[in-house]
Design a protein around this ligand. Structure first.
Ligand code: PLP
Length: 398
């Protein structure tokens, strides 16, 4: 039944008050139409071509002719949507092929597809942990991991970012009080670009009888000899669950989790975001499969990407004195204050660069930043111009 007039009035008051609170804290987010540009590395915003430093299409595969062809061919053959969940009539051959290719990429036993990385993380954690369990999570983990932990009802212990001594201390003190323990981390951190020590995490989790889950959203296709990620093919089988997405370096959409065949069987019967959600559209799964195959064979793209990222980091240090942690394609320019970050975003846009200010709650209070996402479509000269623009903004601040 529709709400009464007075309900909708108080509802409107709430919306306006909240909007004002968010706006005055410098935290309002706005959706903006961005169109593709013919020029590699560029996008068109407010009618203007700008160099795109927001995209996670790190290898440029979303516009690769083979990826586009496979999407189109599959759509013509089998239609657009799957029409049902995998457990109803939505499961197609292309889903199984993508699962097999993903398990092979990671050298793990099996894989399971999800509608998105967000759905993978929010579905899997509650399927393996409950109220009697504890989850030990890096304090900078992605929102989808945090939400998965909240949904699980498990006790949530946050360890200091990348601080494995702190994790060990917590595990030693708390592990025995709980039925099961899960340690969860990203491999390449989405907003900081630094990288977790996966071999050390594996040893620690094993020694403390904890399960380990690693989110390779930003590492898949980018790290490892064939793009398998940070959890190398020789050790991936010692990680209980590895999640990742097809929507970033692999150029398509959707997500995966690799795991043992037994765990997959369990999740097929218990993981709510898998059971109660329509299967990935077959054309999208086909595009993801082609993207994965290209990423595997094109080692040169990975090398180019990481070379460009390290060039950018070095330039930011040499020219602007800015230190950036990590060695990945994600390069944060720390601003601290929310308004400074928005000002730098605006300055960059005026000079032809599209890079967004990242503010709380995506990152901790006082650590607002511009997140620069390097892709293979950037040139060194463009990175130099970008750094020069950051420098001119720093100078104008005094
Ligand atoms: C670390 C991490 N995990 C999961 C996700 C969610 O993936 P998806 O975009 O496929 O929902 C993201 C994406 O933003 C991410 O950065």
């Amino acid at each position: 039944m529709a709400g009464s007039k007075s309900d909708s009035f108080s509802g409107r008051q709430f919306v306006l008050k909240e909007l004002e609170r968010i706006r005055s804290a410098g935290l309002e987010r706005r959706i903006e139409d961005v169109s593709a540009s013919d020029k590699p590395g560029y996008c068109v915003v407010r009618g203007r071509p700008v160099l795109d430093f927001c995209s996670n299409d790190y290898l440029g595969l979303s516009r690769h002719p083979e990826v586009i062809r496979s999407l189109g061919d599959t759509a013509r053959e089998s239609g657009c949507g799957a029409g049902a969940s995998r457990l109803m009539s939505g499961s197609r051959r292309v889903h199984s092929l993508l699962e097999m290719a993903t398990a092979n990429l990671k050298n793990h036993q099996d894989a399971m597809l999800f509608g998105s990385g967000y759905l993978a993380n929010t579905g899997i954690i509650p399927a393996i942990c409950g109220r009697k369990d504890a989850v030990f999570s890096d304090r900078l983990n992605h929102a989808s991991i945090i939400d998965g932990i909240r949904l699980s009802g498990a006790r949530h212990f946050r360890y200091r970012h990348l601080d494995l001594s702190h994790l060990e201390e917590l595990l030693v003190r708390e592990r025995k009080k709980y039925r099961r323990a899960l340690v969860v981390t990203e491999s390449v951190f989405s907003m900081d670009g630094d990288i977790a020590d996966i071999p050390a995490l594996i040893s620690l989790a094993e020694s403390c009888d904890a399960m380990l889950m690693v989110d390779e959203a930003h590492a898949t296709g980018v790290f490892g000899a064939i793009g398998e990620g940070v959890a190398g093919r020789d050790m991936a089988h010692r990680v209980d669950v590895i999640t990742g997405t097809y929507g970033k370096a692999l150029g398509s959409y959707g997500a995966y989790a690799v795991m043992s065949g037994e765990l997959k069987r369990l999740l097929a019967s218990t993981c709510r975001t898998f059971i109660y959600s329509t299967a990935l559209p077959p054309p999208v799964a086909a595009a993801a499969l082609t993207g994965l195959e290209i990423a595997v064979r094109e080692e040169g793209l990975r090398k180019r990407l990481l070379g460009l990222a390290s060039f950018l980091r070095q330039m930011l240090f040499d020219t602007c004195g800015l230190e950036t942690c990590g060695a990945s394609q994600i390069v944060p320019v720390m601003c601290g204050d929310n308004r400074r970050a928005v000002e730098l975003q605006q300055h960059l846009f005026e000079q032809g660069f599209y890079a967004r200010a990242i503010r709380p709650p995506t990152v901790p209070e006082g650590t607002a930043r511009i997140r620069l996402s390097v892709t293979v479509n950037h040139g060194r000269d463009e990175l130099e111009r970008l750094v020069e623009t950051v420098r001119s903004w720093m100078r104008s601040e005094g």
